[in-house]
Design a binder for this molecule. Structure first.
Ligand code: CMP
Length: 137
């Protein structure tokens, strides 16, 4: 079994898509072992996305991620990291395949509805950024 960190981003939460996205996650065989609704500060968003700190979109991205509530989740299944990325679809919804979450719910390359860890190392960092062991059931 593998675990990954998923986020329903402020754009999707504010538009009321969270319930639909959670249903799709369960229909696709993920066990939701951790879940909470939180609001990031700008600083907490910067810490989460520190690998992108030199990118031109860093300031805008961290403003966006702290503009309203998000839902952070730990998703578990075999091959969870790759399978969650496949279900999300391409970063830019213009390139996302039919049936993917970003095709269905994203606005644009930044306001793209969902996030997922991109490797086992980042999953470990990202899960521990939001959850302690007692919160994973
Ligand atoms: P995510 O998968 O959370 O990882 C980094 C985020 O940065 C990405 O989703 C988008 O929200 C954002 N992002 C990536 N590329 C761009 C870009 N070219 N312009 C603006 N935002 C971007």
């Amino acid at each position: 079994m593998e675990r990954t960190l998923g986020i329903i981003k402020p754009d999707a939460v504010s538009k009321g898509y969270a319930g639909k996205i959670l249903a799709i996650i369960e229909e696709n065989g993920f066990n939701i072992v951790g879940l909470k609704k939180i609001r990031l500060t700008k600083e907490k968003a910067e810490g989460f996305y520190y690998v992108h700190k030199d990118k031109p979109f860093f300031n805008s991205l961290t403003d966006f991620m702290s503009e309203g509530p998000i839902i952070v989740m730990v998703l578990e299944k075999e091959n969870a990291i790759a399978d969650w990325r496949k279900l999300m679809g391409a970063t830019n919804p213009e390139n996302a395949e039919e049936g993917t979450l970003r095709k269905m719910f994203a606005e644009n390359i930044e306001r793209n509805a969902v996030h997922g860890s991109d490797s086992p190392e980042s999953a470990k960092y990202e899960i521990s950024y939001f959850f302690n062991a007692l919160e994973l059931v």
